[in-house]
Design a binder for this molecule. Structure first.
Ligand code: PHE
Length: 474
């Protein structure tokens, strides 16, 4: 006899799901990826395509995913294949498009948790005072390489502690998912997110009061540091690359286009609001990204290293900026150990509230579609992802992370976002879609969004995809 399915889980409160979605959105991307993208793509001018992408891609996709997720949850489906199927039951093939919505987050989970585990290790070594003793770039670089256990075998002996921190991080993730939506993810995000904001505000205030620390270099001051990131270089707007980078950053930072929000929203009840809740989570993310992310790392690096070096460091990417430059900077000001602990603990909390959201689609898929218990689903997920993390740990080079980040963290998001938008606005139908977004809503979405979701969002997405295919010669 077929076992009676237990009722699907649900969120404990409205605040709970908003914090969980904001927790997924606020991640390493806000503090490491955003400043590098902004500094490298026209500074203040980057904010123009960034806000355009937020308004015509990000926010519409957030509403689409919240509405679609809640709709699918009503059919007891929490992941893209089932949700797409419930949207269009006549079509047997549409569900296969949804596979990206499980596979994509799973791929990101594999490398994201590993990088997240460095932030835990770095928090520990900050508190121990080890990081504050490394005063030059090369010793921190050596520490980082050894710590990663990558690339240079001479530092390989350090893989031991790195591995321990990975195990701790991995099992913390599993533990949270095991306790479920309400008892695990919601509890974690309600605690970690406020603490993260507090640490971020402390760090931002500290950086904003740095002034010009080197008397010999009065022009390396905070105002110029902020200007370095925010002064617009309008010529950058002519470059398609800058527009792509802005769209990519919006997708990554809001966690849209990958099936994660779909899954979270599937645990809503039919009468719950999606319009205002979705917008609230977006606002929290933007505060963390533009205000906190924009005020910490680049201005701080500027006042100590000057414009030329910051440009060079930003070119090397987010890793060096976060894991090499930041400890060096903090090492130069009083209370270095405490501040560097705040920085890495902030990154760790931002990371863990995002990585659990990357794990949940695979777990929900096993539970919903194979009718197995959460315990079993989490067990299977833990074993498979643990095995797949091993090559990532031992053979991962920055090149591979960048490659995975592009395909898993950028390309897949845009592709999946396009499929979702077309399905929702055109196949399901814009009138029904509009009604879905408004069902139980606490705000009225401006009517112009009916037009945007129907025409502007899909056209913008198709142009981006077309451009990529053209550029990559695919
Ligand atoms: N939004 C997260 C960040 O900014 C990353 C993420 C992407 C999480 C996609 C879930 C899904 O770091």
């Amino acid at each position: 006899m077929r076992r009676l399915k237990p009722k699907r889980e649900s969120w404990g409160s409205r605040l709970g799901i908003i914090m969980a979605v904001a927790g997924s959105a606020v991640g390493l991307g806000n503090f490491l990826r955003f400043p590098v993208q902004a500094a490298g793509n026209g500074g203040g001018a980057f904010m123009i395509p960034y806000f355009v992408a937020l308004l015509v891609l990000g926010i519409p996709l957030v509403w689409i995913e919240w509405a679609l997720g809640r709709y699918g949850g009503g059919f007891e489906h929490g992941t893209a294949p089932g949700i797409f199927h419930s949207l269009l039951q006549k079509n047997r093939f549409v569900k296969y498009f949804g596979v990206i919505g499980i596979f994509g987050p799973f791929v990101i989970f594999i490398y994201y948790t590993f990088i997240e585990s460095w932030t835990l290790g770095y928090s520990f070594y900050s508190l121990k005072g080890v990081l504050a003793q490394l005063h030059d770039q090369s010793s921190i670089q050596a520490f980082l390489k050894g710590y990663q256990g990558l690339e240079q075998n001479s530092f390989f002996s350090n893989i031991g502690p790195a591995y321990l921190f990975f195990i701790a991080t991995f099992f913390l993730n599993i533990f949270v998912i095991y306790y479920g939506i309400r008892g695990g993810i919601e509890v974690l995000c309600k605690i970690a997110l406020p603490v993260l904001f507090l640490f971020g505000i402390i760090l931002a205030v500290r950086v904003l009061t740095l002034g010009a620390p080197d008397p010999a270099r009065p022009d390396w001051n905070l105002v110029n540091g902020l200007g370095f990131l925010w002064n617009p270089d309008f010529s950058a707007l002519k470059s398609a690359k800058v527009w792509l980078a802005a769209a990519g950053q919006i997708f990554f930072t809001l966690s849209v286009g990958i099936g994660v929000i779909l899954t979270y929203a599937s645990y809503l009840s039919r009468g719950d609001d999606v319009a205002l809740s979705g917008l609230t989570a977006v606002s929290m993310n933007e505060f963390a990204e533009v205000i906190l992310g924009g005020c910490i790392i680049i201005p701080a690096a500027f006042v100590f290293f000057g414009p030329v070096d910051v440009q060079a460091i930003a070119k090397q990417g987010a890793f060096d900026l976060g894991f090499v430059t930041m400890p060096l900077i903090l090492g130069k000001i009083p209370l270095a150990a405490v501040l560097s602990f705040l920085w890495f603990a902030l990154l760790f909390m931002a990371g863990v509230t995002s990585s659990v959201s990357l794990a949940q689609p695979a777990v929900a898929f096993l539970e919903d579609e194979f009718d197995i218990s959460r315990k079993k689903a989490v067990g299977i997920f833990a074993v498979v992802s643990f095995v797949l993390c091993q090559p990532a740990i031992f053979f991962l080079s920055r090149g591979v992370v960048n490659e995975l980040d592009f395909w898993g963290g950028t390309f897949c998001l845009v592709l999946f976002g396009t499929v979702e938008t077309i399905l929702f606005a055109w196949v399901f139908g814009m009138d029904r879609a509009w009604e879905e977004i408004h069902h139980g809503a606490d705000i009225a979405v401006p009517r112009v969004y009916k037009f945007i979701i129907r025409y502007v969002t899909p056209v913008f997405l198709l142009v981006i995809l077309g451009f990529w295919f053209y550029q990559e010669g695919l």
